[in-house]
Design a protein around this ligand. Structure first.
Ligand SMILES: *[C@@H]1O[C@H](CO)[C@@H](O)[C@H](O)[C@H]1NC(C)=O
Ligand SMILES: *[C@@H]1O[C@H](CO)[C@@H](O)[C@H](O)[C@H]1NC(C)=O
Length: 224
């Protein structure tokens, strides 16, 4: 009898330890945040902020080109328009190329949309360009910022981004963040599944403990 009780207790302890360590692991995963991605600020002719852009991204163009935080945000005519925002980064790379990348946003009615991501690579007389366009690119309400993790535009792989084009319409600051439906959706899904598994394990452990207590009480009364 006593031996059986001990082994049962050990079983409950094992379940409890598993549940607790799963809980601890998922908390650690959820809280582990990478350093803030590089950020750029673009101002219009009146020195007002028209774009607040943060991203960590690589261009898959022949090879993987990490967009460095040292890239400069340049402003050409039309960059800070109220209907179209063009965010252009330019940087020289170690291999002698000069890279340029533009992310274009179009405002329509109460919302705006990422419409195109394109770029060029030039070295001496050699020049090449690429362009990604897709009607399913992310969109957000005017005044809000858009944020996403693991967004792939085709050529550019954004590990993370937070964009506030048309910042002149959001008091020159990041508005409420609207998460995209792909990257962060997947992330939320993973966390959700982990929470469900933990919840099931906890409920199962509680039920087992209750059953055990009830059984031992019965056993006690029978013995009396
Ligand atoms: C950017 O993403 C790469 C992986 O793609 C990661 O190694 C790096 O730490 C990230 N940098 C920042 C500043 O988030
Ligand atoms: C990039 O996209 C913008 C906006 O659609 C366009 O004005 C520009 O000409 C494009 N540049 C290249 C190199 O394709």
């Amino acid at each position: 009898m006593t031996t059986i009780m001990i082994s049962k207790n050990m079983y409950f302890t094992a379940v409890l330890i598993t549940v607790l360590s799963t809980l601890n692991l998922s908390c650690t995963v959820a809280l582990a945040s990478s350093p803030d991605p590089p950020q750029w600020t673009v101002r219009d002719d009146n020195n007002k902020i028209c774009m607040l852009m943060a991203m960590n991204a690589t261009i898959q163009y022949g090879r993987e080109i990490l967009i460095p935080s040292s890239a400069t945000a340049s402003r050409q005519t039309g960059s800070c328009d109220s209907k179209m925002a063009l965010f252009t980064l330019e940087w020289p790379s170690e291999d002698g190329y000069t890279y340029k990348m533009t992310t274009a946003f179009k405002a329509e009615g109460n919302s705006y949309k990422m419409v195109e991501v394109n770029g060029t690579a030039s070295r001496g007389f050699s020049f090449s360009s690429w362009s990604d366009k897709d009607s399913s690119f992310p969109s957000a309400s005017i005044g809000n910022s858009m944020t996403c993790q693991l967004f792939d535009s085709g050529t550019v792989y954004f590990t993370e981004y937070k964009f506030q084009p048309f910042a002149q319409l959001s008091k020159e600051q990041y508005g409420k963040a609207e998460a995209c439906s792909f990257g962060s959706g997947l992330w939320v899904y993973v966390v959700f599944v982990a929470i469900v598994i933990i919840a099931i394990a906890v409920v199962a452990a509680i039920v087992l403990v209750i059953v055990k207590v009830v059984k031992s009480k019965r056993r006690y009364s029978v013995m009396q």
